[in-house]
Design a protein around this ligand. Structure first.
Ligand SMILES: [Zn+2]
Ligand SMILES: [Zn+2]
Length: 119
């Protein structure tokens, strides 16, 4: 799975193993709130399952995520940031946030699959 990304179920398991008796809905609410506040990245895997990753600090990044192995690479997002800032400015909305996910198949994974098919 993607480095640093964790499902609500797995995070709850970890918390429970650490002696906390937190419910799944509490974990989900907390992670969703963090994501909304820009403190966590959300990724939806091929099955539609939401995965979260805590975002340390206030840096804001977009990732290109491999749907095969979960590898995530930070990518430049200049035009997206400009576009989002312009919408925020012209719409009159406050605290405008955005989440952009790019996913696809990493070249190495593609090659692995091709090799498997020709075998
Ligand atoms: Zn991959
Ligand atoms: Zn952005």
């Amino acid at each position: 799975m993607a480095e640093g990304f964790i499902s609500t179920q797995d995070l709850r398991k970890r918390l429970v193993a650490g002696g906390s008796s937190v419910s799944l809905s509490t974990v989900y609410r907390t992670l969703t709130a963090l994501a909304e506040a820009g403190r966590a990245d959300v990724f939806r895997d091929a099955n539609g399952k939401q995965l979260f990753r805590h975002r340390p600090g206030s840096d804001h990044r977009h990732y290109l995520i491999c749907t095969e192995c979960g590898l995530s690479l930070p990518v430049g997002s200049g035009p997206v940031e400009k576009w989002a800032a312009r919408i925020a400015r012209t719409s009159g909305f406050a605290d405008v946030r955005h989440a952009v996910e790019l996913s696809g198949r990493f070249p190495d994974c593609l090659r692995k699959e091709e090799r498997a098919q020709t075998r």
